[in-house]
Design a protein around this ligand. Structure first.
Ligand code: ADP
Length: 190
């Protein structure tokens, strides 16, 4: 299992799990959100272009995002494998990733789908907002974010489900437990 995607709702601990899984499997974690944020911070041409969309809460256009991912996946450190977080987010990006992997002679091995009870996620995110003093993260705003996530990911998840690649894992519970659930799910045949 060396070429993986991870998908999960806000509050599911996806970033933390991504880091733990990649450590354990010896593959590279690639988060498109992190790459964009780093470029914005460094004010690279890519960052300048992406910033206007990110600030508005919109997706960065596919032409920009796809080129960035293609470039990243061509680097030598991902030859042994990767775990992509935040990409693909649209059906068009699914097709692009297929194309990128095909041109590298590679295949996707599995898609980890972290699931969590919505009320639990809301409770978690409210607690986090309180601790971090994010007063604008009200329950309504959080529920809206979760419904946007559901809408946005359903087509992508459906596409990979059809191919039998999706490994659904319960994302609630202790950090270590979730990590071992994911690793167990990846060891099983689809
Ligand atoms: P979120 O806050 O939704 O978890 P991320 O940290 O993954 O977002 O990404 C931050 C921003 O970067 C997104 O809001 C979007 O503007 C941009 N972005 C990240 N991944 C993609 C992608 N696959 N396609 C288009 N835009 C993306």
């Amino acid at each position: 299992m060396t070429r993986l995607l991870i998908v999960g709702p806000p509050g599911s601990g996806k970033g933390t799990q991504a880091a733990r899984i990649t450590d354990s499997l010896g593959v590279v974690a690639i988060s498109t959100g992190d790459i964009f944020r780093a470029n914005v911070k460094e004010m690279t041409p890519l960052g300048v272009e992406a910033k206007q969309y990110m600030d508005a809460g919109d997706y960065v256009p596919d032409s920009v995002t796809n080129a960035m991912v293609r470039d990243r996946l061509a680097q030598s450190d991902v030859a042994e494998g990767f775990l992509l977080d935040g990409y693909p987010r649209t059906v068009a990006q699914v097709a692009e990733l297929d194309d990128i992997l095909a041109s590298n002679g590679q295949n996707l091995d599995a898609v980890v789908l972290l699931t969590a009870d919505e009320d639990e996620l809301v409770a978690r995110l409210l607690k986090r907002a309180q601790i971090e003093g994010r007063a604008d993260d009200t329950e309504d705003v959080i529920r809206h974010r979760l419904s946007v996530y559901r809408e946005q990911t359903q087509d992508v998840v459906a596409a990979y489900r059809e191919r039998g690649l999706v490994r659904e894992v319960d994302g609630l519970g202790e950090l270590e437990d979730v990590t071992s659930r994911i690793l167990t799910a990846l060891r099983q045949d689809a």
